[in-house]
Design a protein around this ligand. Structure first.
Ligand code: TYD
Ligand code: MG
Length: 484
């Protein structure tokens, strides 16, 4: 037998190096490289070569396959993010910081499915059975028929799973604690995590059971990040949130069976995770609408509108290079909005620090937030308070024009539902002249010509909104003078 070659694998990103080094060239992490046996040893014996290939039947693309029937968990925030329920035979990875609530979510999901009559197996590699039971008791789930095990050896787990009735769901908490006999590396190393995941994935496809793997995202390099299994699984969800806020967001990053722009919102309570069906109410609950620099943004997360408050603070800088601090939004997008404000509207912010915050710890990825950000910035700079009953959305282009964004009707409806009276937004796509033409041809009352649920202040360029806010500032200043 050939001598086993050692290789040096980064425990964060999985890059293979020929010798040890202090810093991984691939992901830049320090002290993350560990010695492991060569990756070829991770293949099972029958795949290590020497075997003559077997003929595979090739199929046509147009054949009929039945639609994957989904198992609905009954926690609608989770079901929606998973694309409408769990697909039997699929493997889902839930990543997130330690202590964010992954185990809590999954024991709740397991209990909900077990109560619906499914066979559910929950394997904890981190906690003893007594600890899992204790948590279930606290959550009021002790009566459900979830089958528990505290085990870390994948061969033993798969052998156990293959006995008896096929489970509808198997939860493996967490993949980093799993190890297999087929590789020699220590548990928690990339090679072990990858091989264990491979074995569990093969089990899921063969048996047709849905498998959820839990993965910790660690930055210290001690345990392999779930990065290395992301490409092997069918869906990757991340569970996010921070210690300062008690709501958590489940976000799909990859999904072979569903959309990737959906989010699920939960609130961590003393009795476990509670679904938040209307996140806008939560994000706007502590609004301080009397101060300049805040604007409410009517955003979309997947198919659902979400209203959040955007806060900006523009202050004269004491530094040579002004500070640009952003929480919850893309910093390069902020730079762009600042540049457009300067170039197209003459607003110079070179001598000001700019702080931007999305309230409540929410994270926005849509360019449709540009207009709300610009409004908050101008409001903070000018000291003019924006009207408390207005929402803002629209994409700002480099020319200073404000472009229409998708789903404007859904955004407007959500704003109207939450008691807003006005929307500052670009003209919706499909409305205006073209829609009139369509109606003239007898297309009937199309959806676009529907009465908008609230008044719209149409803006076509960033200059419009800057002028509006400046006029408000002047009006309120003159009012103050008159009163004073
Ligand atoms: P846990 O699910 O163990 O996190 P993870 O598996 O992602 O590491 O959640 C741990 C945190 O959740 C812990 O800090 C306590 C908190 N928690 C509650 O606030 N309420 C609850 O009902 C439960 C079970 C946990
Ligand atoms: Mg846990």
């Amino acid at each position: 037998m050939a001598k086993r070659a050692a290789s040096f694998i980064c425990q964060i990103c999985g890059a293979v190096h020929s010798r040890w080094q202090g810093r991984c060239d691939s992901c830049g992490a320090w002290n993350s490289i560990a010695e492991e046996t060569a990756a070829s040893d991770t293949l099972p014996a029958n795949l290590r070569g020497g075997r003559k290939g077997r003929l595979i039947a090739l199929e046509s693309l147009s054949g009929t396959s039945e639609d994957a029937p989904r198992v609905r968990v009954g926690i609608s925030e989770l079901d929606r993010v998973a694309g409408g329920g769990l697909v039997p035979g699929s493997v889902l990875l839930i990543g997130g910081d330690p202590g964010i609530g992954k185990s809590t979510l999954l024991i709740q999901a397991s209990a909900a499915l077990a109560n619906a009559g499914h066979r559910i197996i929950y394997v904890s590699g981190e906690e003893a059975v007594a600890q899992v039971r204790l948590r279930a008791e606290r959550l009021g789930l002790a009566g459900s028929s979830v089958e528990l095990a505290a085990e870390t050896n994948v061969e033993d787990i798969v052998a156990t799973l293959s006995e008896g009735k096929r489970p509808a769901l198997v939860v493996i908490d967490s993949i980093q604690t799993m190890w297999t006999d087929t590789v020699e590396s220590a548990p928690g190393t990339v090679t072990q995590v990858r091989s264990s995941a491979q074995i569990l994935i093969r089990y899921a496809k063969r048996a047709g059971a849905a498998v959820i793997l839990v993965g910790h995202v660690t930055k210290d390099g001690q345990i392999a990040g779930p990065r290395v299994v992301e490409h092997m699984v069918d869906a990757v969800l991340s569970f996010e949130g921070d210690g300062a806020h008690h709501f958590r967001i489940l976000r799909a990053q990859k999904n072979r069976f569903g959309p990737t722009d959906e989010i699920g919102v939960f609130e961590m309570t003393g009795l476990g995770l509670r679904e938040v069906a209307n996140p806008s109410e939560l994000f706007l609950s502590n609004r301080d609408s009397g101060a300049p620099g805040t604007a409410v943004y009517a955003g979309m997360e997947g198919t659902r509108p979400v209203l959040v408050e955007i806060q900006a603070l523009v202050v004269p800088t004491s530094l040579g290079t002004p500070r640009r601090a952003v929480v919850g939004w893309d910093p390069s997008r902020l730079s762009m909005v600042l540049a457009v404000l300067e170039a197209r509207c003459g607003i110079k912010l070179g001598a000001h620090d700019v702080h931007l915050n999305v309230a409540g710890g929410f994270r926005i990825s849509e360019p449709a937030a540009d207009l709300a950000v610009a409004a908050a910035l101008v409001s903070s700079l000018s000291g003019a308070v924006l009207p408390a009953d207005s929402v803002y959305f629209g994409e700002v282009s480099l020319t200073g024009a404000v472009r229409a964004v998708p789903h404007s009707v859904a955004r407007l409806k959500e704003a109207a539902k939450l008691g807003f009276n006005r929307a500052v937004a670009p003209e919706a796509k499909g409305s205006g002249k073209n829609a009139d033409k369509g109606a003239g041809k007898g297309n009937g009352a199309s959806k676009e010509t529907q009465e908008p649920p609230l008044a719209i202040d149409t803006v076509t360029s960033l200059g419009d909104i800057v002028a509006n806010i400046a006029a408000r500032g002047r009006r309120s200043a003159s009012r103050e003078r008159q009163e004073g």
